[in-house]
Design a protein around this ligand. Structure first.
Ligand code: ADP
Ligand code: MG
Length: 317
């Protein structure tokens, strides 16, 4: 058996109850449930760009699948299958064992089967493709927002960006806060249950991977709208509010990436239903503003408009 084949058998082959055929043949065989569309997305993680070369392999494994599952959540799709294309600079078995453990921990948590992939030698590069199912016509697209819709965001924003700033030496966090922020950065929890529950409620949805303003901007652009947003209403961890410089908090909440929360729009008639959903899922969901026919995003803080033009906004700079 070739060494590559051994690696695949040892680290990337598990039971795939949700597939007719998984790893081992020239292709996997899947069956899409009746009345559903196949939702597909792929994300590539490059060492040195998307994670540090010396990052814990378990975390890399978890995150490379989690960020893809998050894309399914943002579509209102149920994640089901994944493939993994990985380039490895060397055969480092302890690294692979930990990477595989993190990947399958995420796969098990979200009931996703790894059904195939490709393994090759090269600079460390990880590409995961995710496939999921969504009821025909019910996907949460970016182009569905209507003027006057409420804008909501799940969870607490900013922690992952702050964790990254800490690792980059741009800010110094103390023990407990550092722990919380690094966990948010390394082990994002895709909001699958929320995405599925929003199918009959939200008019548009996106996952916050590049920062709230950027990602909300994608919804607004696709829907031809603008927005007014109140900074105070955006959920963030108590630690951040009480321990940090205000401008850094703003930077992390509005422009920080890697949170993998969901930002979505919904008609005001859904307000009670969405609040109830937050209680059911035990997940804070904040009403942060409204869409407008007027283009552009306007952010207010303590009754004042913030200058969110890019240049004036890099408080770590
Ligand atoms: P092929 O030559 O047909 O591309 P490979 O030798 O690349 O086949 O792969 C053999 C089997 O192992 C295939 O079913 C493929 O999908 C699977 N596979 C290869 N690499 C991975 C990986 N990193 N994770 C999961 N499955 C993999
Ligand atoms: Mg191959």
């Amino acid at each position: 058996m070739s060494p590559e084949f051994n690696l695949i058998a040892k680290y990337f082959t598990r039971a795939t109850p949700g597939a007719d055929l998984g790893v081992g043949d020239d292709a996997a065989l899947l069956r899409v449930s009746e009345g559903h569309q196949l939702a597909i997305s792929v994300d590539m993680l490059v060492a040195g760009t998307h994670f540090f070369h010396d990052a814990a392999p378990y975390d890399i494994g978890w995150k490379s699948l989690a960020v893809n599952i998050s894309d399914m959540a943002a579509m209102g799709a149920l994640p089901r299958w994944a493939t993994l294309a990985i380039a490895l600079p060397e055969i480092n078995e302890p690294w692979l064992a930990e990477f595989s453990r993190g990947l399958f921990a995420c796969a098990d948590t979200f009931k996703v089967d790894l059904i195939g992939g490709d393994t090759t030698r090269g600079p460390l590069n990880i590409s995961v493709q995710i496939m999921g199912e969504v009821t025909i016509g019910q996907a949460l697209r970016r182009d569905g927002a209507k003027p006057g819709d409420d804008i909501w965001v799940s969870g607490r924003l900013g922690s992952a960006a702050l964790g990254l700033a800490h690792l980059q030496g741009k800010t110094v966090l103390n023990g407990e806060v550092a722990e919380h922020c690094l966990l948010a950065l390394h082990k994002p929890s895709p909001r699958t249950a929320l995405g599925l529950a929003l199918r009959n409620k939200a008019t548009s949805c996106i996952d916050v991977s590049d920062g709230l303003l950027a990602d909300l901007g994608h919804i607004l652009e696709a829907s031809n709208l603008g927005a007014v947003v109140t900074l105070e209403s955006i959920g963030c961890h108590d630690h951040l509010r009480s321990h940090l410089d205000e401008s850094i908090i703003q930077q992390c909440i509005l422009a920080g990436g890697d949170d993998y929360e969901l930002a979505f729009t919904a008609p005001q008639s859904q307000r009670n239903a969405i609040e109830q959903l937050g209680r059911q899922l035990n997940l804070p969901i904040s009403l942060i503003g409204q869409t407008t026919e007027n283009p552009g995003i306007r952010v207010s803080y303590k009754q004042n408009m913030l200058d969110i033009s890019k240049k004036g906004f890099d408080h770590f700079g």
